[in-house]
Each structure stands twice: as structure tokens, then as C-alpha cells.
Design a protein around this ligand. Structure first.
Ligand SMILES: Nc1ncnc2c1ncn2[C@@H]1O[C@H](COP(=O)(O)OP(=O)(O)O)[C@@H](O)[C@H]1O
Ligand SMILES: [Mg+2]
Length: 421
């Protein structure tokens, strides 16, 4: 027979009560923490959704204060709007895909008669795409053509007009045409298609891999050969910025390479926004480690991209990693001096010329004091820590701040610049 409650000794009863009170406390603390986490998650997801709506607010390109010469040139310019039929009938044949992202797919087509290759970017209906009004001077022949097209079409035309002078004309990938329709049987709904000339050497990311495999050049030789290409990119950014626009997506995949591989052109104008666009002050943008001053941010991304190109293309990436933080070379000085006090693309061109390969730098870089005791750092070889730190430093990916902060604190300490050589 079980003993009645009264028969349980007082001592045991009070112990039992104390334990259950303790359990109750622990449970309520755990529940409160879970509640807080859920609230935080809810706030984050609402904020995220609102910020994504802000991200695609269209830029009013017509309201830009373009100089009269550009405006005249723009109004007199033929807008390259093809009809679907004229594209399909001119013997362009699908070759293969080149990529597919949030906005849609990018495919290669070749003209069977002339052999000319073009790239066709098909825009899906993702909520991540920003749409702008078709310019009023376009005669839309059919009612089935929507009155809006992707931001990239408007931005591409404006940037072509802005960069139309001799110095920058071939530093951007021009739009060959656009059309609306269903290109082949596989696609479910009609869509906007943008056509650009095919650049067979692909992007700067691919060039770096090809150079490493085929040539094995030193960092200094690469810097001598390719610094003018980087400065050409800065010249384009300087022109775009002067007209109140930012590219907002400068990275190796969006810089394409000509037959002469030391000649680069900026492409992918899908993220181009006005300088004062509200997206630049959203939580999403700032927490993805981007700067609210989008002009400085474009230049910063271009510098990261160029450094990463040197690192990936050179014969000895360990040597790059040693020199990067040491700041003893012209290229690493250029990088750190920019971060000490960010300046406009125009001024970075001047800075770059005063830091030509082979020139003697005046000051050393942030070769550093150790960041103190960092558990994961202590377990890894120094060169691995440095490699990881530089991977993070030169990344142009829009990463979440939590991911970034976690890696920084776990491996390097709080201040990444303190990762010593
Ligand atoms: N004109 C082109 N010539 C050669 N490759 C191209 C061209 N346009 C795009 N690509 C390739 O397709 C990829 C994706 O194109 P992009 O225009 O950047 O679209 P997304 O919006 O998906 O980033 C580029 O990184 C590049 O490798
Ligand atoms: Mg791209």
C-alpha cells in the first residue's frame, strides 16, 4: 500500500516543494527566453520584409539632374526596343545558360548566319526585382506589352548616356536591345528580355582563375598589368556618382573582361539606385556590412574586388596574405589608406596613381598587435587565421551581421585589422 501524503516526513515534503519551485523558476526563465527569441525573430522578419519592399522602390531616373548635353544625347538616342519576332526571326539559337539568380536567367544565344553571340537575360516575376516606367518616348505597339520594365533597362540606358564619352564608353557593357514575350516553349509566361553583347572571357572572377592556372604571375606583375583596368572601373564609378547614382552591386561577377584581358567593363545595372534611395539606410543594408554612403561603398567594394583579384590570380597567395596586412607594398597601402579615410572614386584614381606598383610607400599598414585571447584562434595555425580573416575582409557578399560578428569574434577577436602577420 502507498503511504498517505500525511505520512511523508515533513523534511522530505519541504525538499520536494523547494525542488518543484526551483523547477518552476527554471521553466519560466526558459519560457521567457524562448518568448524573447520569438519576439526578436518576429520583429526581424517584419523588418526584413519591410526593408525588401524599400529595396525595390524604383529610382526616378527622369528626375536626375543630368547635364544638358547628356539629356540632349539621350533624347536623340534610339532606344533599342526589339520585337520578340524580330529577335526570334533573326536566327538566334540558344547555346547554353550562363547563370541564374533571383532576378531570372542569363543565357547565351548565337546568330546562325553571322556567328554573332549575344547574352539574353530573362526577368522573372520575383519580388526582388525593381520595376520602372517605360520612357514615354517609346512607342509601345501592342497593348500586351506592360508599361513597366526592369530597373536594369532604365538604368542601363541612363548609364550609357552618362558614360558616353571617349574615356568611359567601352568601360561599361551596353544594352543591345530589349523585348517582351515568350522566347521558347519551356517558359511559362511572357517576360522582359535584355540583350547584351557576349564577352567570351566572362567575369573578372573567372579571369583570376584562368590567370593562376595559365600564367602564374607575381602580385607586382599583375598589379602593373591590371591597375589601369581597375582605374577604368573607378572612372566609370566617378561618372555615375557625379550624376547622383550608385551601382550598389560592384563585385567580380559583374565586371566583364574584353578580348584584351586588361580591359574591363562594368555590367549588371539591376541594383542601380539614386544616392538618396531609402534602401541605403535600412537595417538590411547596414546589417549586410554595407555603408550608408553608397558612393564610398561602391569604391570600397571595387577595392575589395581588385585586391581579391590579385590574391586569386597570383602565383603565391600566401605571399599576398603576408603582404596584405603588412602594408609594405603599393597595392596594400592603397587599400588601407582608403579605409583610413574614405574618399570619392575620382580621388582614389589620384591616390592609385601615387601608389603605382614599385613606388615606395610612406607608411606601414595595420600589421597588428594580437587581439588577445581568442579561443578558436589559439587552436589554429597563424596562417589559417590570417587566410580566413582576409577571406572575410575581401568578401563582397552581402552577409548578415550575425554571421559576420560570430566569425570575427570566434576566430580573430573583435577588430579584424588586428590580425597580425
Ligand atoms: N554580356 C555577357 N557576356 C559574358 N558573360 C555574361 C554577360 N552577361 C552576364 N554574363 C555572365 O552571367 C553572370 C550573371 O549575369 P548578370 O547580368 O550579372 O546577372 P545576375 O543578375 O544574375 O547577377 C555574370 O556573372 C557573367 O558571368
Ligand atoms: Mg550579377
Amino acid at each position: 500500500m502507498l503511504p498517505s501524503f500525511k505520512s511523508v516526513p515533513r523534511q522530505i515534503r519541504s525538499n520536494h516543494l523547494r525542488t518543484s519551485r526551483k523547477q518552476w523558476h527554471v521553466r519560466s526563465i526558459v519560457l521567457a527566453l524562448l518568448g524573447l527569441l520569438m519576439c526578436q525573430g518576429l520583429i526581424d522578419s517584419v523588418q526584413n520584409r519591410n526593408n525588401k519592399v524599400t529595396k525595390v522602390i524604383p529610382t526616378d531616373f527622369d528626375a536626375l539632374d543630368l547635364p544638358p548635353t547628356d539629356a540632349q544625347e539621350r533624347s536623340g538616342r534610339q532606344i533599342p526596343l526589339f520585337s520578340l519576332e524580330s529577335f526570334s526571326n533573326s536566327s538566334y539559337q540558344y547555346q547554353h545558360g550562363l547563370g541564374a539568380g533571383k532576378e531570372g536567367s542569363v543565357d547565351l544565344y548565337k546568330n546562325r548566319e553571322s556567328g554573332e553571340a549575344v547574352v539574353v537575360k530573362r526577368y522573372g516575376d520575383s519580388p526582388e526585382i525593381s520595376w520602372t516606367q517605360l520612357p514615354s518616348r517609346i512607342d509601345v505597339l501592342s497593348d500586351s506589352i506592360p508599361k513597366q520594365w526592369p530597373n536594369e533597362a532604365s538604368a542601363g540606358l541612363v548609364i550609357e548616356a552618362i558614360c558616353g564619352t571617349e574615356a568611359t564608353r567601352d568601360r561599361i557593357v551596353p544594352l543591345r536591345g530589349m523585348f517582351f514575350g515568350r522566347l521558347d516553349g519551356r517558359q511559362q509566361s511572357p517576360a522582359w528580355h535584355l540583350i547584351t553583347p557576349f564577352m567570351p572571357h566572362g567575369s573578372v572572377g573567372k579571369l583570376a582563375k584562368d590567370l593562376r592556372r595559365e600564367r602564374g604571375l607575381s602580385i607586382q606583375d599583375l598589379d602593373i598589368q591590371f591597375r589601369p583596368a581597375f582605374e577604368g572601373l573607378l572612372a566609370v564609378l566617378a561618372r555615375i556618382h557625379a550624376q547622383g547614382l550608385c551601382h550598389d552591386d560592384v563585385k567580380a561577377g559583374n565586371v566583364l573582361v574584353h578580348d584584351n584581358v586588361t580591359h574591363w567593363s562594368l555590367s549588371d545595372f539591376g541594383q542601380v539606385r539614386g544616392v538618396a534611395h531609402p534602401y541605403h539606410s535600412t537595417w538590411l543594408w547596414i546589417h549586410a556590412q554595407q555603408w550608408t554612403n553608397c558612393k564610398f561603398n561602391d569604391v570600397r567594394r571595387a577595392l575589395k574586388m581588385y585586391m581579391d583579384f590579385l590574391r586569386k590570380a597570383c602565383d603565391n597567395p600566401d605571399h599576398f596574405d603576408e603582404e596584405f596586412y603588412a602594408g609594405r607594398t603599393a597595392w596594400s597601402r592603397l587599400y588601407w589608406e582608403y579605409f583610413q579615410s574614405p574618399i570619392s572614386a575620382q580621388f582614389v584614381m589620384d591616390l592609385s596613381r601615387s601608389h603605382m606598383p614599385g613606388s615606395l610607400p610612406s607608411m606601414l599598414g595595420p600589421a597588428g598587435q594580437p587581439p588577445g585571447r581568442v579561443p578558436l584562434r589559439a587552436m589554429l595555425p597563424k596562417s589559417t587565421v590570417r587566410r580566413l580573416a582576409i577571406d572575410l575582409e575581401l568578401s563582397t557578399r552581402l552577409r548578415g551581421s550575425r554571421e559576420h560578428r560570430w566569425v570575427k569574434s570566434a576566430f580573430f577577436g573583435w577588430d579584424i585589422e588586428m590580425v597580425a602577420t
